[in-house]
Design a protein around this ligand. Structure first.
Ligand code: SF4
Length: 350
């Protein structure tokens, strides 16, 4: 039977259940090899061999929130705060256009209202002066703000729900509820913005059941992009002395990616930097071989990088943007994959 037919039958038979996710997450030995093989095959069938390179610019580390796990939370007085100027960001965007990076991902802490108009103007200028697709990742906002940014030209928005466990979410996020976060994602989708979300793997207090629920929530939200990465305790946060829930079973990080791919065959899935922090130099390669199809090199100027440490030992802090891009290209080609061309928009038909 052709593989795509098998997937369609799985969908019709409602195979995407919590039980099935748990069975896959508990795979060992031959079953684990089969999980990785299957995830890679689904990635190839639905997303092809192209790896799209999306350039991240961490344009500001100013944040009003205090998420318990985050290194740039408002209460961390050890962080030197910065905000890049519009001209500085535009210069980077223009450089990116000349390389393989067809999307700029603008990321910052969450400061409601204060810079929203400036961000809108920035989107307009990038869309006017370059051919780049624009992804924004700046946190929770009201519907009207997302609508304004969409009118300015924003193509995509990325906002992780971090955990589907309501009680755990409340404990970790003193500034918002899970319902508010999910409503933001629903609003973005209703506006026709390509919407991304995701979660952290191994937050203290989570179980494999939580992980299965996280994957199911991604599927339920029908996301265009899904980014996940291991929880890494930051010493300057209230979770500094905690451990990853899978500290003694780090294979779970990769299993999560593969199950995510099987449950979301046509979503873009990036190989996130945090995997390299846990498995230096090979983490993201393995993720690309186990379901992912996006790579996101850091384009933030070197002088700001050590002030944007969401977690410690973040790879690439001492690299220039050019070095980060070169390394990304080499890694993708070394895996026998090709570099994506064009904007790499969502392939979903909502
Ligand atoms: S995770 Fe985001 S919103 Fe939360 S403290 Fe960090 S930068 Fe701010």
């Amino acid at each position: 039977m052709p593989f795509k037919c098998l997937i369609i039958i799985m969908m019709m038979n409602n195979t995407y259940t919590k039980e099935y996710a748990l069975e896959l997450l508990n795979a060992k030995g031959d079953a684990l090899d089969e999980l990785y093989r299957k995830a890679d095959e689904i990635r190839k069938r639905f997303m092809g061999d192209e790896v799209f390179i999306r350039g991240i610019v961490e344009f500001s580390n100013i944040c009003a929130n205090n998420c318990l796990y985050c290194g740039i939370r408002a209460s961390n007085r050890n962080v030197k705060r910065y905000m890049m100027s519009m001209d500085e960001i535009l210069m980077i965007a223009k450089k990116m256009e000349k390389s393989y990076q067809t999307t700029i991902v603008l990321q910052s802490g969450e400061v409601k209202g204060k810079y929203d108009e400036q961000i809108g103007q920035l989107i307009r200028r990038i869309k006017k002066e370059t051919s780049l697709a624009v992804t924004l990742s700046v946190g929770n906002r009201p519907y009207d703000t997302y609508k304004y940014w969409k009118e300015c030209g924003m193509d995509r928005y990325f906002l992780r729900f971090e955990t589907s466990d309501r009680a755990l979410f409340s404990k970790l996020h003193p500034d918002c509820s899970l319902d508010e976060r999910i409503q933001c994602l629903i609003n973005l989708k209703s506006l026709g913005v390509q919407t991304g979300s995701g979660f952290m793997i191994g937050l203290p207090g989570e179980t494999v059941e939580t992980l299965a629920e996280n994957i199911l929530l991604c599927r339920k939200l029908d996301l265009d992009m899904i980014g996940i990465g291991p929880f890494i305790p930051h010493p300057d946060t209230p979770l500094g002395n905690e451990k990853n829930a899978y500290e003694d079973d780090k294979e779970m990080f990769f299993k999560a990616v593969s199950v995510l791919r099987i449950f979301n065959p046509d979503s873009h899935i990036p190989a996130t930097t945090a995997f390299d922090a846990v498995f230096p130099k090979i983490g993201r390669n393995l993720v690309l071989q186990r379901g992912a199809n996006i790579f996101m090199p850091n384009n933030t100027p070197k002088k700001y990088r050590e002030d944007y440490l969401l977690y410690p030992n973040k790879p690439g802090v001492d690299e220039t943007p050019e070095e980060s891009l070169d390394a990304a290209i080499k890694r993708i080609l070394s895996l026998g994959r090709t570099i994506g061309t064009g904007p790499g928009h969502s392939i979903k038909k909502h």
